[in-house]
Design a protein around this ligand. Structure first.
Ligand code: 5AD
Ligand code: SF4
Length: 458
C-alpha cells in the first residue's frame, strides 16, 4: 500500500500520475530518470500525456539565457489544467530551482514546490508534506564529502547514464554550474563497480559515466579517473564505457594510455570542450590552458589513440572577444579535426565573474559569429565524415526507430547509425557497413561477425 496525499483523495480515482519535462544536459536527463524511479517506488505512474497527470515536474536548466522565463512560460501553459484539476501539483527541480530557491514560489504563483539539485531524493516526502496545502522549497547544498547514491533507473535501456561525480570546483568565469550544483563530490569506486555490475544483470550493455568534469574524479580510496576506467574495464561485465564531460586541463597521458589499453571496452570518442581558440580569452575564462597547450593535448590523444574522435564546445562573444580573438576560434577548427562541435552565444549568468567584465559583445555580433563558426564547421564535418563511407563500424544496437522503421545504434566513435535489422539485433554489437554519411548520422547495412552479409548466411 502506498500513501495517497490528501489533495488527491477528492479525485474520482486514486491513480497518481506524473509527468516530467526535462531541459538541459545529460545530468538532468539522468536526474529525471532518478525522480521518475523514486516516484514509481512511491506508487506514482508515468502519465501518457501532460493533461492526464496529477503532478508536473519541470527539471530546469540555467546554463544559458532566460531560464526563469522558460520555466514560467511552460507553467503558464498549465494554467487552465490547474483550474480544471485543483489537486494538480506543479514543481520545479534542477538548476533554476537551486539558483532561485523560494524566490521562484513568489515569482510563479501557480508553482507548488521547488526541489534543489541536492534534494532530489526528498521528492516523495515533499509530495506528502504538500498535503497541508502549503508551498515548499526543499533546497540543500551538501558539503564536500563522498557522494553515496545508488543509480536508480526504472527500466534501464541498452545504454544508460551513471553519475560518477557531481558539482564542479573549476569556476570557469562564464559558468553557473559551480553555484547550482555545488562543490565536486565523487562516488566511491567500489560502489560504482557494484552499481554497474547490477545494471549489467538488468540487461545494460553500455554505460556513460557522467560528471561536470569526469576526469577530476577521485574516489575516497584515492583512485583517479584513469584507475576508475581500468577497474570498470576489468571488474565489471559491461561491454562499453563512455564518459562526459572531460576538462582538457585534467586529460593526462596516463588516462589516454588506459583508454588505449582497454579500447575494446572504453569507447574512442572524447568530448573535450575548448570554449575558445584564443589564449587571452581562455585566461579570462579561467580555463587553465592556452591555445597551444590545448592543441598539444589534442594531438597527444590522437597520436596515442589512432582513429579516436574528438568533439568540442565553443562559446562565441565572450566579453572582450575581438574580431581577431574570434578568428582564433575559427582557425582552431583547421588545427583540431573535430567531427562535431556544440557552439553557443555567450550568455551572462548570475553569480559568475564574467557577468561584470567590460566589453560585453553585442547580441548581433554574437549571432553573426555563431553562424560563421557553424558554417565553417559544417563543411569540415562533412569532409571528415566522408572517410567513413564504405567503412565497417562496430555498432551497439539500441532500438527500432519508430519514424523510419530502421534499427539504430551507436558506433564506438559515437556515430548514430541506422540500418535494416530485426528485434533480436537489439543489445548486440554488430559490424555495419556504412553506405551513406550525413555529418553525424550514418546509414548502412548489417554484416555478421565474419563480415559477411547476413543474407548470404540464410
Ligand atoms: N554562455 C554560453 N555558453 C555556456 N556554456 C556554459 N556556460 C555558458 C554561458 N554562460 C556552455 C559551455 C559548456 C556547455 C555545457 O555550455 O560551452 O561546455
Ligand atoms: Fe562549468 Fe567550467 Fe565546471 Fe564545466 S568545468 S561545469 S564549464 S565551471
Amino acid at each position: 500500500m502506498t500513501t495517497v496525499p490528501s489533495y488527491l483523495k477528492n479525485k474520482s480515482n486514486l491513480s497518481k500520475n506524473f509527468f516530467i519535462s526535462t531541459y538541459g544536459c545529460q545530468m538532468n536527463v539522468n536526474d529525471s530518470e532518478r525522480m521518475a524511479c523514486l516516484l514509481e517506488m512511491a506508487g506514482w505512474n508515468p502519465s501518457p500525456t501532460v493533461e492526464m497527470s496529477d503532478l508536473i515536474l519541470i527539471n530546469s536548466c540555467s546554463i544559458r539565457e532566460k531560464p526563469v522565463h522558460k520555466v514560467r512560460s511552460e507553467i503558464g501553459r498549465y494554467k487552465q489544467l490547474k483550474q480544471k484539476k485543483p489537486y494538480l501539483k506543479i514543481g520545479v527541480a534542477g538548476c533554476v530551482a537551486q539558483q532561485e530557491r523560494s524566490k521562484l514560489l513568489k515569482q510563479i504563483p501557480l508553482l507548488d514546490f521547488v526541489l534543489g539539485t541536492d534534494a532530489i531524493d526528498e521528492l516523495p516526502q515533499v509530495l506528502l508534506q504538500l498535503e497541508h496545502g502549503k508551498k515548499i522549497a526543499s533546497i540543500k547544498q551538501e558539503p564536500k564529502k563522498p557522494y553515496h547514491v545508488q543509480t536508480l533507473i526504472g527500466k534501464p535501456g541498452i545504454s544508460t547514464f551513471v553519475n560518477i561525480s557531481k558539482g564542479c570546483d573549476n569556476f570557469c568565469s562564464f559558468c553557473v554550474v559551480p553555484f547550482t550544483r555545488g562543490r565536486e563530490r565523487s562516488r566511491p569506486l567500489s560502489q560504482l563497480i557494484k552499481d554497474i555490475n547490477s545494471l549489467v544483470q538488468r540487461g545494460v550493455k553500455e554505460v556513460t559515466l557522467l560528471g561536470q568534469n569526469v576526469n577530476s574524479y577521485r574516489s575516497p580510496c584515492g583512485a583517479d579517473f584513469a584507475k576508475l576506467l581500468e577497474n570498470l574495464a576489468i571488474k565489471t561485465d559491461i561491454q562499453r564505457i563512455r564518459f562526459t564531460t572531460s576538462h582538457p586541463k585534467d586529460f593526462n597521458e596516463e588516462l589516454v594510455e588506459t583508454m588505449q589499453k582497454y579500447r575494446s571496452k572504453i569507447m574512442d570518442f572524447i568530448h573535450l570542450p575548448v570554449q575558445s581558440g584564443n589564449t587571452n580569452i581562455l585566461k579570462k575564462m579561467n580555463r587553465g590552458y592556452s591555445r597551444e597547450e590545448y592543441i598539444e593535448k589534442a594531438n597527444m590523444i590522437l597520436k596515442k589513440m589512432p582513429g579516436s574522435v574528438l568533439s568540442t564546445d565553443l562559446i562565441v562573444g565572450f566579453p572582450g572577444e575581438t574580431e581577431e580573438a574570434f578568428e582564433d576560434s575559427l582557425s582552431l577548427l583547421d588545427e583540431v579535426p573535430y567531427e562535431s562541435i556544440f557552439s553557443f552565444k555567450y550568455s551572462a549568468r548570475p553569480f559568475t565573474k564574467a557577468r561584470s567584465f567590460n566589453n560585453q559583445v553585442p547580441e548581433q555580433i554574437k549571432s553573426q559569429r555563431l553562424s560563421k563558426l557553424q558554417k565553417k564547421h559544417e563543411k569540415i564535418a562533412f569532409l571528415l565524415a566522408k572517410k567513413y563511407e564504405k567503412a565497417f563500424l562496430e555498432v551497439l544496437v539500441e532500438k527500432k526507430d519508430k519514424k523510419t522503421g530502421l534499427f539504430m545504434g551507436r558506433s564506438t566513435q559515437n556515430k548514430l547509425v541506422y540500418f535494416k535489422g530485426k528485434n533480436t539485433d537489439i543489445g548486440k554489437i554488430m559490424p555495419i557497413r556504412i553506405d551513406k554519411v550525413n555529418i553525424c548520422t550514418f546509414y548502412g547495412e548489417k554484416y555478421d561477425k565474419n563480415y559477411k552479409k547476413e543474407k548470404e548466411m540464410d
